[in-house]
Ligand binder design. Sequence first.
Ligand code: BMP
Length: 411
Amino acid sequence: MTESKHHSLTLSFSSRAALPSCPPLNAYLLNLMTIKRTNLCLSADVTTTSELLAIAEELGDQICMLKTHADIISDFSDRTTTQLKEIARRKHFLIFEDRKFADIGSTVQKQYSAGPQSIAKWAELVTVHVLPGPAIVTALKQAAAAAISSYNMTVHTEISSGPAANDSDDSDSYDDREDDSETRTGSPTQNLTTSTTRPFTLRNPSRSSENSFGTPFDENNAHHPVGLSAHKETRKQSIVSISTTISTRSEPLSPAPTKPFFASIPQPDSLDDALARLGPIPYLRSCLLLAQMSSASNLLTPEYTAACVEIARDNPDFVLGYIAQRSLNVNENDNFLTLTPGVKLLPEGMESAGDGLGQQYHSPKQVVGRDGADIIIVGRGILEAEDRAGLAARYRTEAWSAYEARVGARP
Ligand code: BMP
Protein backbone atom coordinates (compact mmCIF):
# COMPACT_ATOMS: atom_id res chain seq x y z
CA MET A 1 0.00 0.00 0.00
CA THR A 2 1.38 3.42 -0.92
CA GLU A 3 1.41 6.06 1.78
CA SER A 4 -0.56 9.16 0.78
CA LYS A 5 1.52 12.29 0.45
CA HIS A 6 1.03 15.29 2.71
CA HIS A 7 -1.03 18.01 1.01
CA SER A 8 1.85 20.49 1.16
CA LEU A 9 3.70 18.20 -1.25
CA THR A 10 0.92 18.05 -3.79
CA LEU A 11 -0.77 21.45 -3.57
CA SER A 12 0.50 24.29 -5.71
CA PHE A 13 2.23 27.17 -3.95
CA SER A 14 -0.69 29.49 -4.70
CA SER A 15 -3.18 26.98 -3.26
CA ARG A 16 -1.08 26.72 -0.12
CA ALA A 17 -1.05 30.53 0.08
CA ALA A 18 -4.83 30.54 -0.04
CA LEU A 19 -5.25 28.14 2.88
CA PRO A 20 -7.03 30.04 5.65
CA SER A 21 -4.30 29.34 8.20
CA CYS A 22 -1.43 30.49 5.96
CA PRO A 23 0.27 33.46 7.65
CA PRO A 24 0.64 36.62 5.56
CA LEU A 25 4.41 36.51 4.95
CA ASN A 26 4.23 32.83 3.95
CA ALA A 27 1.33 33.62 1.63
CA TYR A 28 3.15 36.57 0.13
CA LEU A 29 6.24 34.47 -0.52
CA LEU A 30 4.30 31.55 -2.01
CA ASN A 31 2.53 33.93 -4.36
CA LEU A 32 5.72 35.73 -5.24
CA MET A 33 7.29 32.39 -6.17
CA THR A 34 4.27 31.54 -8.30
CA ILE A 35 4.37 34.85 -10.14
CA LYS A 36 8.12 34.87 -10.71
CA ARG A 37 8.20 31.11 -11.32
CA THR A 38 11.17 30.63 -9.08
CA ASN A 39 11.88 28.69 -5.92
CA LEU A 40 15.54 29.58 -5.92
CA CYS A 41 17.18 31.27 -2.94
CA LEU A 42 20.61 32.66 -3.68
CA SER A 43 23.06 32.26 -0.84
CA ALA A 44 25.05 35.45 -1.42
CA ASP A 45 28.10 34.43 0.58
CA VAL A 46 30.32 37.31 -0.54
CA THR A 47 32.54 39.48 1.59
CA THR A 48 32.01 43.05 0.37
CA THR A 49 29.04 45.33 -0.05
CA SER A 50 29.85 45.97 -3.69
CA GLU A 51 29.89 42.23 -4.50
CA LEU A 52 26.64 41.75 -2.62
CA LEU A 53 24.87 44.56 -4.43
CA ALA A 54 26.27 43.50 -7.80
CA ILE A 55 25.06 39.93 -7.41
CA ALA A 56 21.67 41.07 -6.15
CA GLU A 57 21.31 43.35 -9.15
CA GLU A 58 22.47 40.70 -11.59
CA LEU A 59 20.43 37.78 -10.26
CA GLY A 60 17.53 39.47 -8.46
CA ASP A 61 15.04 38.68 -11.21
CA GLN A 62 15.76 34.95 -10.96
CA ILE A 63 15.28 34.45 -7.25
CA CYS A 64 12.53 34.57 -4.65
CA MET A 65 14.93 35.17 -1.79
CA LEU A 66 18.47 36.33 -1.17
CA LYS A 67 20.29 34.91 1.82
CA THR A 68 23.04 36.89 3.52
CA HIS A 69 25.71 36.30 6.13
CA ALA A 70 26.05 39.91 7.29
CA ASP A 71 28.99 39.04 9.52
CA ILE A 72 31.24 38.11 6.58
CA ILE A 73 30.76 41.45 4.80
CA SER A 74 33.86 43.43 5.70
CA ASP A 75 32.36 46.86 5.03
CA PHE A 76 28.84 46.09 6.25
CA SER A 77 26.92 49.24 7.17
CA ASP A 78 23.52 50.86 6.88
CA ARG A 79 24.42 51.65 3.30
CA THR A 80 24.68 47.92 2.59
CA THR A 81 21.16 47.20 3.74
CA THR A 82 19.57 50.36 2.40
CA GLN A 83 20.86 49.62 -1.08
CA LEU A 84 20.14 45.91 -0.85
CA LYS A 85 16.58 46.66 0.17
CA GLU A 86 16.17 49.03 -2.72
CA ILE A 87 17.23 46.25 -5.12
CA ALA A 88 14.97 43.76 -3.34
CA ARG A 89 12.04 46.12 -3.70
CA ARG A 90 12.70 46.68 -7.40
CA LYS A 91 13.43 43.05 -8.22
CA HIS A 92 10.95 41.50 -5.82
CA PHE A 93 12.74 39.13 -3.51
CA LEU A 94 12.80 38.63 0.25
CA ILE A 95 15.95 39.07 2.30
CA PHE A 96 16.97 36.35 4.64
CA GLU A 97 19.85 36.78 7.10
CA ASP A 98 21.28 33.39 7.97
CA ARG A 99 22.13 34.50 11.50
CA LYS A 100 21.60 31.13 13.19
CA PHE A 101 20.67 32.57 16.57
CA ALA A 102 21.46 30.18 19.42
CA ASP A 103 21.51 32.10 22.70
CA ILE A 104 19.14 32.86 25.57
CA GLY A 105 16.05 34.94 24.80
CA SER A 106 17.31 38.21 26.22
CA THR A 107 20.56 38.06 24.28
CA VAL A 108 19.02 37.08 20.94
CA GLN A 109 16.60 39.97 21.19
CA LYS A 110 19.57 42.34 21.34
CA GLN A 111 21.47 40.49 18.62
CA TYR A 112 18.41 40.74 16.42
CA SER A 113 17.46 44.34 17.04
CA ALA A 114 20.60 46.21 18.06
CA GLY A 115 24.27 46.51 17.28
CA PRO A 116 25.82 47.39 13.95
CA GLN A 117 23.71 44.86 12.08
CA SER A 118 20.25 45.68 13.48
CA ILE A 119 18.95 42.67 11.57
CA ALA A 120 15.32 43.17 12.49
CA LYS A 121 15.32 46.41 10.52
CA TRP A 122 16.12 44.90 7.15
CA ALA A 123 15.75 41.10 7.03
CA GLU A 124 12.33 39.57 6.59
CA LEU A 125 13.70 36.21 7.69
CA VAL A 126 16.34 34.89 10.05
CA THR A 127 17.51 31.42 11.00
CA VAL A 128 17.29 30.07 14.52
CA HIS A 129 18.76 27.07 16.33
CA VAL A 130 16.30 25.85 18.94
CA LEU A 131 19.09 24.40 21.07
CA PRO A 132 18.40 26.84 23.95
CA GLY A 133 14.72 25.84 24.04
CA PRO A 134 11.46 27.33 22.77
CA ALA A 135 11.99 30.72 24.44
CA ILE A 136 14.44 31.63 21.70
CA VAL A 137 11.55 31.70 19.28
CA THR A 138 9.13 33.59 21.50
CA ALA A 139 11.85 36.11 22.40
CA LEU A 140 12.57 36.78 18.73
CA LYS A 141 8.89 36.99 17.97
CA GLN A 142 8.55 39.66 20.64
CA ALA A 143 11.53 41.59 19.27
CA ALA A 144 10.13 41.31 15.75
CA ALA A 145 6.82 42.80 16.88
CA ALA A 146 8.69 45.66 18.56
CA ALA A 147 10.76 46.25 15.43
CA ILE A 148 7.68 46.33 13.24
CA SER A 149 5.96 48.84 15.43
CA SER A 150 8.97 51.11 15.61
CA TYR A 151 10.27 50.91 12.04
CA ASN A 152 7.18 50.28 9.98
CA MET A 153 5.55 53.53 10.89
CA THR A 154 5.37 56.79 9.16
CA VAL A 155 4.29 59.72 11.27
CA HIS A 156 2.24 62.48 9.69
CA THR A 157 2.28 65.76 11.52
CA GLU A 158 -0.30 68.39 10.83
CA ILE A 159 -0.06 71.84 12.24
CA SER A 160 -2.91 74.25 12.05
CA SER A 161 -3.33 77.67 13.53
CA GLY A 162 -6.24 79.97 13.88
CA PRO A 163 -8.28 82.00 16.23
CA ALA A 164 -9.40 80.09 19.25
CA ALA A 165 -13.07 79.20 19.33
CA ASN A 166 -13.92 81.10 22.50
CA ASP A 167 -12.21 84.28 21.61
CA SER A 168 -15.18 86.53 22.14
CA ASP A 169 -14.49 88.37 25.32
CA ASP A 170 -13.80 91.53 23.44
CA SER A 171 -15.91 93.46 21.07
CA ASP A 172 -13.00 93.54 18.65
CA SER A 173 -13.33 90.39 16.65
CA TYR A 174 -10.41 88.87 14.75
CA ASP A 175 -11.76 90.31 11.53
CA ASP A 176 -12.24 93.66 13.13
CA ARG A 177 -8.51 93.97 13.42
CA GLU A 178 -7.90 94.09 9.70
CA ASP A 179 -6.57 97.57 10.09
CA ASP A 180 -4.11 96.66 12.81
CA SER A 181 -0.62 97.30 11.67
CA GLU A 182 1.67 95.15 13.84
CA THR A 183 3.04 91.83 12.72
CA ARG A 184 3.05 89.41 15.60
CA THR A 185 4.23 85.94 16.29
CA GLY A 186 1.76 83.94 18.28
CA SER A 187 2.35 81.02 20.50
CA PRO A 188 -0.01 78.11 21.06
CA THR A 189 -3.23 78.90 22.79
CA GLN A 190 -2.15 82.08 24.30
CA ASN A 191 -4.18 85.19 24.84
CA LEU A 192 -2.28 88.11 23.55
CA THR A 193 -3.39 91.50 24.81
CA THR A 194 -2.34 93.97 22.22
CA SER A 195 -3.07 97.48 21.14
CA THR A 196 -1.98 97.66 17.58
CA THR A 197 -3.13 99.30 14.44
CA ARG A 198 -1.88 96.72 11.94
CA PRO A 199 -3.32 93.41 10.83
CA PHE A 200 -2.54 90.54 13.11
CA THR A 201 -0.55 88.00 11.12
CA LEU A 202 0.83 84.75 12.39
CA ARG A 203 4.33 84.83 11.00
CA ASN A 204 5.72 81.46 9.96
CA PRO A 205 3.03 79.49 11.73
CA SER A 206 4.62 76.08 11.45
CA ARG A 207 7.89 77.23 12.91
CA SER A 208 6.15 79.07 15.57
CA SER A 209 4.07 76.13 16.60
CA GLU A 210 7.03 73.78 16.71
CA ASN A 211 9.19 76.09 18.67
CA SER A 212 6.95 77.88 20.99
CA PHE A 213 5.64 75.05 23.11
CA GLY A 214 6.78 75.51 26.62
CA THR A 215 7.95 79.05 26.00
CA PRO A 216 6.16 81.20 28.47
CA PHE A 217 4.66 84.22 26.87
CA ASP A 218 6.18 87.38 28.12
CA GLU A 219 3.53 89.92 27.60
CA ASN A 220 5.76 92.86 28.21
CA ASN A 221 8.65 91.79 26.16
CA ALA A 222 9.34 88.93 23.86
CA HIS A 223 6.38 89.12 21.54
CA HIS A 224 5.92 92.79 21.50
CA PRO A 225 7.36 94.34 18.41
CA VAL A 226 9.44 97.38 18.86
CA GLY A 227 7.33 100.48 19.19
CA LEU A 228 4.22 98.64 20.24
CA SER A 229 4.11 100.18 23.67
CA ALA A 230 4.03 103.61 22.13
CA HIS A 231 0.55 102.90 20.82
CA LYS A 232 -0.68 101.31 24.00
CA GLU A 233 -2.32 104.32 25.43
CA THR A 234 -3.86 105.57 22.24
CA ARG A 235 -5.61 102.43 20.94
CA LYS A 236 -8.35 100.41 22.50
CA GLN A 237 -7.47 97.06 24.02
CA SER A 238 -8.19 93.95 22.02
CA ILE A 239 -7.83 90.30 22.87
CA VAL A 240 -6.26 87.99 20.32
CA SER A 241 -6.30 84.33 20.97
CA ILE A 242 -4.30 82.06 18.70
CA SER A 243 -4.81 78.39 18.89
CA THR A 244 -2.23 76.10 17.30
CA THR A 245 -3.08 72.47 16.97
CA ILE A 246 -0.45 69.88 16.30
CA SER A 247 -1.80 66.49 15.52
CA THR A 248 0.20 63.41 14.68
CA ARG A 249 -1.07 60.30 13.05
CA SER A 250 0.93 57.11 12.60
CA GLU A 251 0.28 54.58 9.94
CA PRO A 252 2.19 51.56 8.66
CA LEU A 253 4.63 52.19 5.83
CA SER A 254 3.75 48.83 4.45
CA PRO A 255 0.47 47.36 5.55
CA ALA A 256 0.17 43.62 5.91
CA PRO A 257 -1.41 42.12 2.80
CA THR A 258 -4.96 41.01 3.11
CA LYS A 259 -5.98 37.60 1.91
CA PRO A 260 -6.81 36.18 -0.49
CA PHE A 261 -4.85 38.58 -2.62
CA PHE A 262 -3.72 36.20 -5.29
CA ALA A 263 -6.74 33.98 -5.79
CA SER A 264 -8.28 36.57 -8.09
CA ILE A 265 -5.38 36.73 -10.53
CA PRO A 266 -4.59 33.19 -11.65
CA GLN A 267 -3.78 34.33 -15.17
CA PRO A 268 -2.24 37.79 -14.90
CA ASP A 269 -1.56 39.63 -18.12
CA SER A 270 2.12 40.06 -17.50
CA LEU A 271 4.77 39.60 -14.87
CA ASP A 272 4.75 43.31 -14.05
CA ASP A 273 0.99 43.33 -13.80
CA ALA A 274 0.98 40.35 -11.44
CA LEU A 275 3.75 41.80 -9.28
CA ALA A 276 1.92 45.09 -9.11
CA ARG A 277 -1.22 43.30 -7.96
CA LEU A 278 0.74 41.35 -5.38
CA GLY A 279 2.00 44.62 -3.96
CA PRO A 280 5.23 45.61 -2.24
CA ILE A 281 7.03 43.30 0.14
CA PRO A 282 5.12 43.59 3.41
CA TYR A 283 6.91 44.80 6.52
CA LEU A 284 6.64 41.47 8.30
CA ARG A 285 9.13 39.26 10.06
CA SER A 286 9.43 35.49 10.42
CA CYS A 287 12.04 32.92 11.22
CA LEU A 288 13.22 29.57 9.94
CA LEU A 289 14.15 26.83 12.37
CA LEU A 290 17.27 24.81 11.69
CA ALA A 291 15.71 21.40 11.98
CA GLN A 292 18.24 19.46 9.91
CA MET A 293 21.64 20.43 8.56
CA SER A 294 23.35 19.53 5.34
CA SER A 295 26.79 18.99 6.86
CA ALA A 296 28.13 15.49 7.34
CA SER A 297 27.78 13.91 10.79
CA ASN A 298 25.97 16.92 12.24
CA LEU A 299 24.47 16.49 15.70
CA LEU A 300 20.86 17.36 14.90
CA THR A 301 19.30 14.02 15.80
CA PRO A 302 15.80 12.91 14.76
CA GLU A 303 14.61 13.71 18.31
CA TYR A 304 16.00 17.20 17.99
CA THR A 305 14.25 17.62 14.63
CA ALA A 306 10.97 16.43 16.18
CA ALA A 307 11.36 19.01 18.96
CA CYS A 308 11.86 21.70 16.31
CA VAL A 309 8.64 20.68 14.65
CA GLU A 310 6.78 20.99 17.93
CA ILE A 311 8.18 24.47 18.49
CA ALA A 312 7.19 25.47 14.97
CA ARG A 313 3.65 24.20 15.49
CA ASP A 314 3.43 26.23 18.69
CA ASN A 315 4.45 29.40 16.82
CA PRO A 316 2.98 29.23 13.32
CA ASP A 317 2.55 33.01 13.28
CA PHE A 318 6.31 33.51 13.45
CA VAL A 319 7.90 30.34 12.09
CA LEU A 320 7.72 30.40 8.30
CA GLY A 321 9.33 27.02 7.99
CA TYR A 322 12.49 24.98 8.33
CA ILE A 323 15.98 24.71 7.08
CA ALA A 324 15.84 21.00 6.50
CA GLN A 325 16.83 18.25 4.13
CA ARG A 326 13.28 17.05 3.62
CA SER A 327 9.73 18.22 4.24
CA LEU A 328 8.69 17.89 7.87
CA ASN A 329 4.99 18.55 7.31
CA VAL A 330 3.04 15.61 8.68
CA ASN A 331 0.02 16.91 10.59
CA GLU A 332 -3.13 18.04 8.84
CA ASN A 333 -2.48 21.71 9.64
CA ASP A 334 1.22 21.73 8.79
CA ASN A 335 1.95 24.15 5.96
CA PHE A 336 5.52 25.12 6.77
CA LEU A 337 7.97 25.88 3.99
CA THR A 338 11.01 23.70 3.59
CA LEU A 339 14.20 25.44 2.54
CA THR A 340 17.06 23.13 1.65
CA PRO A 341 20.76 24.04 1.43
CA GLY A 342 23.44 21.70 0.14
CA VAL A 343 22.22 21.83 -3.46
CA LYS A 344 24.31 21.50 -6.59
CA LEU A 345 23.80 20.48 -10.18
CA LEU A 346 25.41 17.08 -10.26
CA PRO A 347 26.78 15.23 -13.27
CA GLU A 348 24.38 12.62 -14.70
CA GLY A 349 24.33 9.52 -12.52
CA MET A 350 26.02 11.15 -9.51
CA GLU A 351 23.89 10.86 -6.33
CA SER A 352 25.73 13.30 -4.09
CA ALA A 353 28.88 15.36 -3.75
CA GLY A 354 30.80 17.27 -1.10
CA ASP A 355 33.10 20.28 -0.77
CA GLY A 356 35.82 18.67 1.34
CA LEU A 357 34.70 20.73 4.36
CA GLY A 358 31.69 18.70 5.44
CA GLN A 359 29.11 20.17 3.11
CA GLN A 360 26.96 17.55 1.33
CA TYR A 361 25.23 18.29 -1.95
CA HIS A 362 22.21 16.88 -3.72
CA SER A 363 20.60 17.93 -6.97
CA PRO A 364 17.60 20.31 -7.23
CA LYS A 365 15.54 17.44 -8.61
CA GLN A 366 16.36 15.21 -5.65
CA VAL A 367 15.65 17.77 -2.96
CA VAL A 368 12.47 19.25 -4.49
CA GLY A 369 11.02 16.25 -6.31
CA ARG A 370 12.03 13.43 -4.03
CA ASP A 371 12.47 15.05 -0.60
CA GLY A 372 9.80 17.75 -0.71
CA ALA A 373 11.88 20.93 -0.47
CA ASP A 374 9.98 24.04 -1.50
CA ILE A 375 12.97 26.32 -1.96
CA ILE A 376 16.53 25.41 -2.83
CA ILE A 377 19.39 27.40 -1.32
CA VAL A 378 22.37 27.65 -3.64
CA GLY A 379 25.64 29.45 -2.97
CA ARG A 380 28.86 28.35 -4.63
CA GLY A 381 27.09 26.44 -7.37
CA ILE A 382 26.19 29.87 -8.76
CA LEU A 383 28.72 32.21 -7.19
CA GLU A 384 31.77 30.31 -8.41
CA ALA A 385 30.52 29.97 -11.96
CA GLU A 386 31.94 31.99 -14.84
CA ASP A 387 28.42 32.62 -16.06
CA ARG A 388 26.50 33.32 -12.87
CA ALA A 389 23.31 34.38 -14.62
CA GLY A 390 23.39 31.25 -16.80
CA LEU A 391 23.90 28.98 -13.80
CA ALA A 392 21.21 30.76 -11.78
CA ALA A 393 18.82 30.19 -14.69
CA ARG A 394 19.69 26.48 -14.73
CA TYR A 395 19.15 26.04 -10.98
CA ARG A 396 15.94 27.98 -11.24
CA THR A 397 14.60 25.90 -14.11
CA GLU A 398 15.58 22.58 -12.55
CA ALA A 399 14.04 23.42 -9.19
CA TRP A 400 10.88 24.87 -10.70
CA SER A 401 10.39 21.90 -13.04
CA ALA A 402 10.84 19.52 -10.12
CA TYR A 403 8.20 21.48 -8.19
CA GLU A 404 5.77 21.45 -11.09
CA ALA A 405 6.27 17.72 -11.57
CA ARG A 406 5.71 17.18 -7.85
CA VAL A 407 2.40 19.00 -7.74
CA GLY A 408 1.34 17.76 -11.15
CA ALA A 409 1.20 21.23 -12.64
CA ARG A 410 1.28 21.78 -16.37
CA PRO A 411 4.58 23.34 -17.34
P1 BMP B 1 26.85 26.49 -0.67
O1 BMP B 1 25.67 26.30 -1.65
O2 BMP B 1 27.92 27.36 -1.23
O3 BMP B 1 27.34 25.24 -0.09
O4 BMP B 1 26.26 27.39 0.52
C1 BMP B 1 25.24 26.92 1.35
C2 BMP B 1 24.78 28.01 2.28
O5 BMP B 1 23.74 27.48 3.10
C3 BMP B 1 25.82 28.55 3.23
O6 BMP B 1 25.59 29.94 3.39
C4 BMP B 1 25.56 27.86 4.56
O7 BMP B 1 25.85 28.69 5.66
C5 BMP B 1 24.07 27.59 4.48
N1 BMP B 1 23.67 26.35 5.18
C6 BMP B 1 24.11 25.10 4.79
O8 BMP B 1 24.90 24.98 3.87
N2 BMP B 1 23.67 24.00 5.46
C7 BMP B 1 22.81 24.04 6.48
O9 BMP B 1 22.42 23.03 7.02
C8 BMP B 1 22.35 25.31 6.88
C9 BMP B 1 22.78 26.44 6.21
O10 BMP B 1 22.32 27.63 6.58
